[in-house]
Design a protein around this ligand. Structure first.
Ligand code: NAP
Length: 249
C-alpha cells in the first residue's frame, strides 16, 4: 500500500477539475483523474504527466496521475471505479466531487421536471453515488477529506444579495442543484465526524461551463478546492468556502 496521499477528482479531464488534479499531483500525491470518456481522460493525464516530467522529478517514482473511467450518473461506473481503487490502492484519502453540468437557463416557469432531473443526476445524485461507493475506502484513510464543488449560485444568501453578481443570474436546475448539494455536504459532515467534508465555491471562472465568460483563471478557480482537499485533520468540516474564506449558505 502506497504512503502517498491518494486523491480522486471527478470530471477532471478539463476545466477546474483538471487544474485541481494537476495541483494535487504537484504536491507529490497520487491523483486519480476521473473522466467519463477514457480518451479525453488519457489526453488530460498525458498532458499533466508531460508537464510533470518537464518540471523535473519531485522525489516520486513513476507517474502520479492515473485516469479512472468514471461517469457519476452511472451506478455501474461508480461501483466499478470503487472496486478498482480498492484493488489497486486499498483506500482513498481525498475525494473531490467536481463533475458538474450547467443545464437549462430558461425562465423558472418554463422548466420541467425532466430538465431538473438531468442536472440533479450529475450535480446532486452523482456526489451521493460517489459517497455511497467511496466512504468505505475513505474510512481506511488516516485523514479522510471530501470536497463538494458547489457554487455561489447555490447560496440563498448570495443569490438574494443585490451587491453580488450571482443575484442577477437566473436558472432553476443549476442553482437549486447546488443548494441541494450544500445541504448534502452539511449532512455528510454530521454523519462522518472523523472526516473533513466541505463545500467549495470556485468563483466565476472561465471554463466551457460558462462559454469562458468567467473572470477568474483556472488557478484562482481551483484555490478553494485545493485548500479544502489539503485541510488539516483538525480543520473545518461542514463548511462552505470560497478562495477568500467562508461563504454564507
Ligand atoms: P467544465 O469545464 O464544463 O468541466 C466539467 C467537468 O465535469 C468535465 O470534465 C465533464 O466531463 C465532467 N462531467 C460532466 N458530467 C459528468 C458525468 N456524468 N460524469 C463524470 N464527469 C462529468 O466545468 P467547470 O467550470 O470546470 O466545472 C467544474 C465544477 O465547478 C462544476 O461542479 C461546476 O458546477 C463548478 N463551478 C464552476 C464555476 C465556474 O465559473 N466555472 C463556478 C462555480 C462552480 P466531459 O468533458 O466528459 O463533459
Amino acid at each position: 500500500m502506497t504512503n502517498t496521499t491518494i486523491a480522486l477528482v471527478t470530471g477532471a479531464n478539463k476545466g477546474i477539475g483538471r487544474t485541481v488534479a494537476a495541483r494535487l499531483a504537484e504536491l507529490g500525491w497520487t491523483v486519480l483523474l476521473g473522466s467519463r470518456d477514457p480518451e479525453r481522460g488519457a489526453a488530460a493525464a498525458a498532458e499533466l504527466t508531460a508537464r510533470d516530467r518537464r518540471d523535473g522529478p519531485r522525489g516520486g517514482d513513476g507517474p502520479r496521475v492515473h485516469v479512472i473511467e468514471l461517469d457519476v450518473t452511472s451506478e455501474t461506473s461508480v461501483r466499478a471505479a470503487a472496486k478498482l481503487v480498492d484493488a489497486e490502492y486499498g483506500r482513498l484519502d481525498v475525494l473531490v466531487n467536481n463533475a458538474g453540468i450547467g443545464g437549462s437557463r430558461a425562465a423558472a416557469v418554463d422548466v420541467g421536471a425532466d430538465e431538473m432531473r438531468e442536472v440533479y443526476e450529475t450535480n446532486v445524485f452523482g456526489p451521493v453515488r460517489m459517497m455511497r461507493a467511496f466512504v468505505p475506502l475513505l474510512r481506511r484513510s488516516a485523514a479522510p477529506r471530501v470536497v463538494m464543488v458547489s457554487s455561489g449560485m447555490g447560496s440563498l444568501a448570495v443569490t438574494t444579495d443585490p451587491a453580488r453578481l450571482e443575484s442577477t443570474l437566473i436558472g432553476l436546475p443549476y442553482p437549486s442543484s447546488k443548494t441541494a448539494l450544500n445541504m448534502v455536504t452539511s449532512q455528510y459532515a454530521k454523519a462522518l465526524p472523523g472526516f473533513r467534508v466541505n463545500a467549495a465555491d470556485p468563483g466565476y471562472t472561465a471554463t466551457d461551463l460558462n462559454g469562458h465568460n468567467g473572470h477568474q483563471t483556472l488557478a484562482e478557480g481551483s484555490d478553494a478546492i485545493v485548500a479544502l482537499a489539503t485541510v488539516a485533520p483538525d480543520g473545518p468540516t461542514g463548511g462552505f468556502f470560497d478562495r477568500a474564506g467562508p461563504v454564507p449558505w
